[in-house]
Every structure is written in structure tokens, then in C-alpha cells.
Design a protein around this ligand. Structure first.
Ligand code: ACO
Length: 429
């Protein structure tokens, strides 16, 4: 028998269907709640609200599980690549060899920006944050392909997806070059996705940079681990904007803005700044943790805590291991990695963090890898945005192709003044 939920309001009992997902997650379908009862639900921060049904990513935050289209993140990190995972997320299944080749070729064919785009970069001040440039330039790039921005995406979706995925990397590298006053470096056909990004970031017109395989692999892994994370703040933003019928470039630009904040994708930058501050002060991390626990300091242990994970974030575990491997292969040490490890160890034994189930999240160690690759701190959220692009594209597609899709439009409980009357300006006290 189908399960139902009963809600008793003002002496009357109402029943609502229970929806069960493929992983046995249960939800009460309250779509008829207001119609039937006149009530709405209030869920500040949406922690108990399912905004959609989605078949892209599964997370079990209690058990520390993350799967893309059913495949555990650990298997993908070990055996796959960012582009194969992008295909998996966007198209819904792993590609055959021929499909992967075709998708890679499509990315290569679409990697160049329209030459006029170079002039848009000139409009930004030298110290503009690259996330501002990225968001603006993604929207600008969309203007060059009006034929791809139609609401019905069925006949050109692959080209649309490949163009955005490929060009976001070129835009990101150009944003960095612009901020350093360096000439733009064009992508090369023979390089794969992550290698091409490092080439556009660090080569010179007269000399190509050395692309170390371990550096390329580490960056590819970072992109892969960021590729999707179900209904987080930026992805929900993308879905919200998509629900109004806006085009993919506009949705992705909005996603970048949502991701920029320090509580979301900006946390990787905030973690490194925190570790640098601790390092400069000579603290071994203990004083800092005391400040965090003393709420009046207003400080948080950045890179710790997660709305969904109440157990170790599986991405953080993979990235931590990758930090050790990469630094060893590059023959480097980083004092910030030692501080991060000490902070983690102390926090995981501390009642404050245990009680609140606060563990390292994806951002706690990712910055150490990016530093080792020579990527400047203000580009960290940009790396996150490039990685998250296939997830946003997959979610955009889910919204755009949903035949029952409706515009996202939450309600509110109004707590402002009740009826007031306009007072002419000369009668106001
Ligand atoms: N350091 C110290 N205390 C924390 C931290 C932290 N990093 N995170 C949460 N807490 C505390 C809160 O103060 C609160 O304590 P209280 O119950 O005594 O009031 C409790 O833990 C619950 O925290 P909330 O803010 O209610 O948790 P929420 O789910 O709303 O926030 C978030 C999750 C934003 C990730 C939060 O843990 C945080 O600010 N972390 C630091 C920033 C960060 O690393 N963001 C990246 C997230 S992952 C991502 O976007 C890729």
C-alpha cells in the first residue's frame, strides 16, 4: 500500500502522498498543501525541502557517500577523467570509446572564443576579481551564439554543452592573464582539457610551459571531484534561473555568482587565507580553534562543516591523499599542509566539532593542490566553477527538458507592517 502522511490542522486531518526515491529517501509531497489547507511550509535555508526530483547525483551525508549517476566518486576518481565524467553527468551514462572521442573533438572545436571577446576583457579594472570576469564573460559569450539560445534545446544540446564547457576554461585562463597584464595564450588542439588550461595560464608566446603529468592529473582530479553535488546553493541557483526559461549561458553566469560567496565556492580561497594567517602568527592552530569556538569572535574554521555531510566528505579524503602524492612527486613541502593536518586532527578530537558533526569538506585541502600548481588564490573559486560546469549543464538540461516543469517560485511568511496609509512628505514627523 502507498504510504501517506497525515497532517492535523485546526481539528481536521489531511493526507498527503509519500514519495520514495530509488535510494529509499522519503519525502512528503505537499504540493496540494496550500490548496487544501491554506497553510504553507516554512523552511528557512531549505534544509528540509526537496526542490525537485533529480537523477544526476546521490549523496548520503550520514554515511559520507557521493555517487554520480550511481557510480561512487572513489571509483570515478581512481579510473575516470573529468571529460568522461562530464559526459556521464550531462548525457546520463558512461560514453563508449567512440562517443567519448566525439565529445572530446566537439570540445576542441569549440574551445576558441570569438576574437571580439578579447575586447570585453579590456573593460575590467586590473584588480577585478576573476569570478566577476568569469560570470560577465560567460554571459557575453552567449551573445555570440543566438542560434543556440533557443528554449527548445533538443536538436543542438550537445554543441551547446560542449561550447560552454570548453569556453569556460578559455575565459578563466584569459581572466587570469588579463589580471596579470600578460598576453592571452590560445588553446592548443593536441592538449586535453586540464593540460590546455595550464598551458593557457602559464605558457608565454615565445615558450610553452612544462606540463608535468602529475600536475595535469591533479588538476583533472580536482575538476572531476567538483563536477556535481546535487542541490547546493549554486546548482539550485542555476535550476531557479533555468526554470524561468533563461538560456544556459545566463544560468551558468548566475551559478558563478552564487558560487563566489565564502560560504560556498569561495571557501577554498578563505581556507588558504586562514592557514596563511595562522602560519604568519606562529600559532600551531590551537589559538585559532579557541577563537572559532568562542562564537563572539565571529570566526569559523573554513573548509569545515557541510549542510549535508555529517560524516567525512568523501571528496576531502581523496584530495588529502592527492596533496601528499602531488607534493611528494613535485619534491615539495608546504607548511600550510602541516597546519591543515594539525587543525583537522585537533578539531576531530574536540567536543565542539564532534557535537556539531563538523568534518573537513572539499575545500579544506583543495587549495594546497592549487598552490602547488602555481594557481593564485583568487583563482581558486574559478577552478571550482570550471569543475562544477558539467553539473550545472546536467541540471539545466533536467529543468529545460522536464515536460511538467514550472517556474520556481517559493512563498513567504510575511512579517512586515500590516496595512499602513501613505503620509504626504510635509506631514511626516
Ligand atoms: N566552524 C565553526 N563552527 C561551525 C562551522 C565551522 N566551519 N560550521 C558550522 N559551525 C557551527 C555553527 O556555528 C552552528 O553552531 P550552533 O549550533 O552552536 O549555532 C552549527 O555548527 C551548525 O552550523 P550552521 O551554520 O547552522 O550549518 P549550515 O548547514 O547552515 O552551514 C556551512 C553549512 C555553510 C558549510 C558551514 O558549515 C560553514 O560556514 N562552513 C565554513 C565555510 C565552508 O567551508 N564552506 C564550504 C562548504 S562546502 C561547499 O560549498 C563546497
Amino acid at each position: 500500500m502507498n504510504q501517506v502522511a497525515e497532517i492535523k490542522l485546526e481539528g481536521r486531518v489531511y493526507t498527503f502522498p509519500v514519495v520514495v526515491g530509488t535510494e529509499q529517501e522519503k519525502a512528503i509531497d505537499i504540493r496540494e498543501l496550500r490548496n487544501q489547507t491554506g497553510y504553507i511550509t516554512l523552511d528557512d535555508g531549505y534544509a528540509n525541502t526537496g526542490s525537485c526530483r533529480s537523477a544526476i547525483t546521490f549523496i548520503d551525508g550520514e554515511k559520507g557517500i557521493l555517487r554520480y549517476r550511481g557510480i561512487p566518486i572513489e571509483e570515478l576518481a581512481e579510473q575516470s577523467s573529468f571529460i568522461e565524467v562530464s559526459y556521464l553527468l550531462i548525457m546520463g551514462r558512461l560514453p563508449t570509446r567512440a562517443e567519448l572521442r566525439r565529445f572530446s573533438d566537439l570540445l576542441t572545436q569549440n574551445q576558441m572564443l570569438h576574437e571580439d571577446m578579447k575586447f570585453h576583457f579590456e573593460g575590467f579594472p586590473p584588480n577585478a576579481h576573476p569570478m566577476a570576469i568569469l560570470s560577465a564573460m560567460i554571459n557575453a559569450a552567449g551573445c555570440y551564439y543566438p542560434e543556440l539560445l533557443r528554449r527548445d534545446i533538443s536538436d543542438h544540446f550537445e554543441t551547446l554543452a560542449a561550447r560552454l564547457l570548453s569556453q569556460v576554461r578559455t575565459i578563466a585562463a584569459f581572466a587570469y592573464r588579463k589580471s596579470r597584464g600578460l598576453p592571452f595564450i590560445y588553446p592548443k588542439t593536441q592538449y586535453k582539457y586540464a593540460a590546455n588550461f595550464l598551458h593557457m595560464m602559464f605558457s608565454h608566446p615565445s615558450e610553452d610551459c612544462e606540463l608535468k603529468p602529475e600536475a595535469v592529473r591533479a588538476l583533472d582530479l580536482l575538476f572531476l571531484l567538483h563536477a556535481d553535488h546535487e542541490q547546493n546553493c549554486s546548482t539550485s541557483t542555476v535550476r531557479m534561473v533555468a526554470s524561468s526559461g533563461a538560456n544556459l549561458f545566463a544560468c551558468a553566469a548566475a551559478g558563478v555568482c552564487a558560487l563566489w560567496g565564502p560560504l560556498h565556492g569561495g571557501a577554498n580561497q578563505a581556507v588558504i587565507e586562514m592557514l596563511e594567517e595562522i602560519h604568519r602568527s606562529g600559532d600551531d592552530g590551537r589559538k585559532f580553534l579557541e577563537q572559532v569556538k568562542n562564537k563572539s569572535s565571529g570566526r569559523r574554521l573554513m573548509g569545515f562543516g557541510h549542510r549535508v555531510y555529517k560524516n567525512y566528505d568523501p571528496r576531502a579524503r581523496i584530495i588529502k591523499r592527492q596533496c601528499d602524492e602531488l607534493l611528494a612527486k613535485l619534491g615539495r613541502t608546504d607548511p600550510l599542509l602541516d597546519i591543515a593536518k594539525r587543525l583537522e586532527e585537533a578539531a576531530l578530537q574536540d567536543e565542539y566539532f564532534i557535537e556539531r558533526k563538523l568534518y573537513p569538506n572539499v575545500d579544506f585541502y583543495s587549495g594546497i593542490i592549487m598552490r602547488a600548481l602555481g594557481i593564485p588564490v583568487n583563482m581558486f573559486p574559478v577552478i571550482f566553477a570550471i569543475g562544477r560546469m558539467p553539473g550545472w549543464i546536467a541540471h539545466y538540461r533536467e529543468v529545460a527538458e522536464d515536460p511538467q516543469g514550472r517556474i520556481y517560485r517559493p512563498r513567504q511568511v510575511y512579517v512586515g507592517p500590516t496595512l499602513q496609509h501613505y503620509v504626504p512628505i510635509d506631514q511626516r514627523t
